[in-house]
Design a binder for this molecule. Structure first.
Ligand SMILES: [Zn+2]
Length: 228
């Protein structure tokens, strides 16, 4: 594989595929390091900061992924080769999935994978994601709507979720029952966003709040220890 092609997981469509670099930009910044005890008029040596941005095109969904490669002349491997750091700056990677149970997250990722290929299947997969979430949270009721209502009555979901879950359920029903319904990309991406908000609220937010609480408690303990 050439240097300007790389296998990446596309965060727009969820597919892992070989992506070509369609644009790239280099930037090197030098910094002179002076040692006046040795030489007043010439820098002792120069260090360089190196940056490169690669724009990768996903052949499946035709969206872009921006990669940033950085290196610093003073950070090298034992053989003298610079150490390159690779980051993906766009689209922004969220860390929400680490708090979501695997069964639920797998269902959500499956929905993302088909989002650009078939809107109706994607919306059904989003519904399935919510079904898995309801089951995982022990919701009662004989259909998805009643289960979401049950989670709401137990304050697992907030009141505003009423409207979101209504829309998700309606769209999910027409995806499942009417073959002739076409789902435009905007509807599909809105449904994905709503599902993400629901998952965030149910799993990520409580976990993050708990982490913040733990940090506060630890700080208080530290303060008490230093005061006492
Ligand atoms: Zn893609």
């Amino acid at each position: 594989m050439s240097e300007d092609e790389k296998v990446l997981t596309c965060l727009h469509c969820g597919n892992k595929t070989s992506m070509k670099v369609v644009a790239s930009h280099n930037l090197t910044e030098d910094d002179d390091i002076w040692d006046y005890s040795v030489d007043m008029y010439h820098p002792a040596y120069t260090v360089s900061f190196y940056k490169k941005w690669n724009l990768h095109l996903c052949p499946i969904c035709k969206e872009m992924t921006l990669e940033r490669i950085t290196a610093f002349s003073e950070e090298t491997e034992p053989n003298g080769r610079p150490i390159y750091n690779y980051e993906y700056v766009y689209p922004q990677q969220s860390n929400y999935s680490k708090f979501i149970p695997k069964v639920v997250n797998d269902a959500f990722e499956a929905a993302l994978k088909v989002s650009k290929l078939d809107g109706a299947i994607c919306i059904m997969a989003l519904r399935r994601t919510l079904e898995k979430m309801c089951k995982e949270k022990g919701a009662t009721g004989n259909d998805l709507f009643k289960k979401l209502k049950d989670l709401q009555s137990r304050s697992v979901l907030p009141p505003i979720m009423d409207k979101i879950s209504y829309i998700l359920r309606k769209e999910g029903n027409s995806a499942a029952h009417a073959d002739d319904v076409e789902f435009d990309p905007e509807t599909v991406s809105l449904m994905i966003e709503f599902t993400r908000v629901v998952l965030d609220y149910v799993y990520s937010l409580p976990a993050k709040i708990q982490q913040a609480q733990l940090r506060i408690e630890e700080n208080e303990e530290d303060n008490e220890a230093s005061e006492g």
